[in-house]
Each structure stands twice: as C-alpha cells, then as structure tokens.
Design a protein around this ligand. Structure first.
Ligand SMILES: [Zn+2]
Ligand SMILES: [Zn+2]
Length: 275
C-alpha cells in the first residue's frame, strides 16, 4: 500500500513537472515573442534616433532634403563648399508632354492649348552649383526666364513668366496636371507640381540660390504659414532640419483665381550657377 502511494505520488510529481515544463515553455514562447515585438519597436525607435543623430545632414555630408531627389534623374554631390545638382531634366512622372509613344504618356484634354513639343529626344540636362550652406543676401535678386530651380522629380522649375509676360490663362490651360509644359527649351513647371506636392508640406525642390522650396504647408506648424516674406520664404524647422533654416513655400494664394504659382518672387539668397 505504502509503495503504491509512493508510486502514485511520484507519478503525480512527474505529471506536475511535465505540466510545469510545458507551461514554462509556453510562457517562454510568450516572452520570447513579446521580446521580438519589443525588439522591433525599439529598433524603430533606434532608427528614429539615428535620424535625429544625423540632424539635417546625411552620411555623405549633404543636407537631408537631398535624399528626396530622384536618384535616376539627379546626381547630387559636394564640391568643396558647394553642392552640385546634376539632372537629366526629365520629370520622373507621367505627363501629356512625353508624347503618345512613351510609356509615361498621359492623355489629358489640353490639346488646343498644349505646346507642340514632346520630352523624348531633347537634351534637358542641367547642372546647378550653389553654396552648400546658403545664407540670406543683403539684397534680393530677381529671377530670370528659364530654369530657376531643380525639382525633386528632376525637371526644371520656372517662375511665373512665359516668354515676355506673365503666365496667361490660355498658357496655363495648356499645362499638364502637374503644372508643367515645354516652352522653347525644356519641360518645366510653372504651377504647384501636383505629381509630388498637392496642398501639403512636401519638398518641391531647390532654387538657384540654394534654398529649398516646399509645398503650401509648413512642417513646423502643419498648416499654411502666415509669416512668409514676399518670396514665400521664412525661417523655421522643416521635416528635413531640426534647426531653423530659411526656406521657401509655394504661396497659398490663387493666381487667376485657380492656379498656384510655384515661385514668383526674388531670390533671397545669392544665386549660384545654372548650366
Ligand atoms: Zn513655360
Ligand atoms: Zn516653412
């Protein structure tokens, strides 16, 4: 009898041990899986802190904003105190102006007002050389006809002039959905380039004085800035800079009651070279 009891209790002990092992194994699984979650979430935090550590400069010494430029269309690098932005000049998005035979062609109802040229086959390349640390100049400089900046898509930014006059409604009606067309030269934007910024804080590109230009909203407040100068500029933080720096915005004011001009002001910095 006694022996049997002992046997039974030993059996019970084994069973309890077995259950404990199973339970602890399960709980180990639980903790390891929650460890994984913890790890991944802390990894994300780590990634963020890496970004913060970098501040507004990427590992190659360039301003963090340059990471948004299309690497297929642009080649951006430091040359001493300057930054060089080389571009094919071709927009990396669909447009009527690619022409019917191109895969990026977009059929838009602008035919009567469209300019006759198409993008393929043209040499639209350009090189902008500007200070890597642009500063506000003592006096502003008016922009010129032709390229006044390079956008993140690779295509040129023009001002509010077409030929020898301000952009007319007729010309504007011939612009593609992204505010671009081809004049006598290269494909270029006059209006808010909706292919990559549409009533938001997205980066538009860089102007020839080395200052970046953003969409109609500012990351520092999440809404339309109210403290812009007559060129659409102000000094604030952005999504690409933890420290306050001068930058432009597309001004949130309608032109001809229906368009948003990219840039109609003067350069507030010293313009570099565009070739
Ligand atoms: Zn034009
Ligand atoms: Zn801003």
């Amino acid at each position: 009898m006694k022996k049997e009891k002992k046997k039974k209790s030993t059996k019970h002990l084994f069973l309890i041990c077995f259950l404990l092992i199973v339970v602890s194994a399960c709980s180990n699984d639980d903790s390891s899986s929650s460890d994984t979650v913890d790890d991944s979430s802390s990894d994300t935090v780590d990634d963020d802190s890496v970004d913060n550590d970098n501040g507004s400069v990427t590992t190659d010494g360039l301003h963090a904003a340059f990471a948004e430029f299309d690497t297929d269309e642009t080649d951006i690098y430091l040359d001493g105190d300057n930054v060089v932005i080389e571009t094919t000049g071709y927009p990396n998005h669909t447009s009527y102006y690619w022409g019917e035979d191109h895969e990026l062609y977009l059929d838009e109802d602008i035919g009567a007002n469209a300019t006759p040229s198409t993008i393929p086959g043209r040499d639209a390349s350009a090189t902008l050389t500007v200070s890597a640390n642009p500063e506000l100049a003592t006096s502003s400089t008016s922009t010129q006809l032709g390229t006044i900046g390079i956008s993140v898509s690779g295509a040129a930014i023009f001002n509010d002039q077409e030929g020898n006059g301000a952009l007319t409604d007729g010309v504007a009606k011939g612009l593609d959905y992204s505010g671009g067309h081809i004049g006598p030269s290269v494909y270029h934007y006059h209006l808010e380039p909706k292919a990559f910024t549409d009533d938001d804080e997205n980066l538009v590109g860089i102007l020839a004085d080395g200052f970046f230009i953003y969409g109609r909203k500012c990351n520092s407040t999440g809404t339309y800035p109210t403290d812009l100068d007559d060129s659409g500029g102000h000094t604030h933080t952005t999504q690409h800079s933890d420290t306050e720096e001068y930058h432009y915005h597309i001004i949130n004011e309608l032109y001809l009651d229906q368009y948003y001009i990219i840039f109609a002001g003067d350069y507030k910095g010293n313009p570099g070279n565009i070739n």
